[in-house]
Design a protein. Structure first.
Length: 340
């Protein structure tokens, strides 16, 4: 009997260690008395992990076909037992944050400004005019996220949602060569989808969530998060509908960053400010999406052109980085340090 108990304890310990490395699959709820059919309903609705269920408001769960009020209450209770959602001390949080993985950008100066690179588990927004290096930075990150942790990587796959049609696999091959990675493997580790309209863009996130529940992803890129919103919603009359749709999309991205610990990188377009200040200060540009996207992103980076291939990146908003600038350069090998 003792031997059996010991085996059981060891088995539980192994399971616990495995589960600590990622989110709980939604089937884990069955151990807490939730029916297998209900767990399947949750998965079919795009909630592939217990975290996704725990982070969802009750009204969203009630919209799932076949789940009654009583069932939803039971599911929420079971999920909150598995996912800690109460208070913790700041020292515990500090210890957790010290283990957060940063993904290198390819430029040492840029990484120094970002204190290590692009942070996982949060949304980084990159905005700027055309030809400022937004897409090139995204391509470089798709390769660096596959590097080992000691080389500034994330040891995971990349997921790329392309709304502008500017994704080029041959760029990944050129960048992979610089880091000494096998080109075929690098391409295999990047999941790509083209988004054709705003509803499709949101639906792709459900597919992305089920993929992330299966294998380890380190990075998710949406390039650009706002371009389709500019064409699907036109004029002032549709502005509030556009902002609500965009807010929901960004909320889903944040949920995925929390759930799977991926670095979410979204690029944003800009609009020229046509007001009185333009006469004195020259043409000013500001990112589109207004306050909705400004509040949704954890770190905002503004890119602008420098001389030749040089680009300048500025931290516009961040909870922990000071407002400062860094220079980088775009080369065939992706984003690199400026060669003086």
């Amino acid at each position: 009997m003792d031997h059996q108990q010991q085996c059981y304890a060891e088995q539980q310990e192994d399971e616990q260690q495995q589960l600590q490395h990622g989110p709980f699959p939604v089937e884990q709820l069955q151990a807490c008395g939730i029916a297998a059919a209900d767990a399947k309903r949750l998965r079919d609705a795009g909630l592939c992990t217990v975290e996704a269920v725990a982070y969802s408001p009750k009204k969203d769960l009630l919209q799932i076909k076949g789940l009654s009020d009583a069932k939803v209450d039971k599911i929420i209770e079971a999920a909150s037992k598995l996912v800690p959602m109460g208070f913790t001390s700041a020292s515990q949080l500090h210890a957790q944050r010290s283990e957060i993985i940063q993904i290198a950008s390819g430029s040492k100066e840029l990484d120094r400004m970002l204190e290590g690179g692009i942070e996982t588990g949060s949304i980084t927004e990159i905005y700027g005019e055309f030809r400022t290096g937004k897409t090139q930075l995204c391509h470089t990150l798709c390769v660096t996220c596959q590097l080992p942790l000691d080389q500034g990587g994330g040891e995971g796959k990349a997921l790329y949602i392309d709304a502008e049609g500017t994704f080029r696999p041959q760029r990944l091959l050129q960048i992979a060569e610089r880091f000494g990675l096998n080109g075929a493997d690098v391409l295999e580790n990047v999941a790509y989808a083209r988004a054709y309209n705003t509803d499709h863009q949101s639906r792709l996130l459900l597919e992305a969530a089920s993929m992330m529940a299966e294998t380890r992803f380190a990075l998710m890129v949406v390039d650009s998060a706002t371009s389709l919103y500019r064409t699907d919603f036109l004029g002032r009359g549709e502005l509030s509908a556009r902002q609500m749709h965009l807010a929901k999309f960004l909320r889903s991205l944040q949920k995925m960053a929390d759930e799977f610990g991926v670095a979410v990188v979204v690029t944003n377009q800009v609009v020229a400010q046509v007001d009185g200040s333009a006469i004195f200060a020259g043409p000013q540009v500001k990112p589109i999406g207004g306050n909705i996207i400004a509040h949704a992103s954890t770190t905002r980076l503004a890119l602008r052109k420098g001389r030749g291939e040089e680009r300048i990146c500025k931290v516009v908003s961040s909870p922990c980085l000071p407002e400062q600038e860094a220079r980088f350069q775009i080369s065939p090998e992706g984003v690199i340090d400026v060669k003086d």
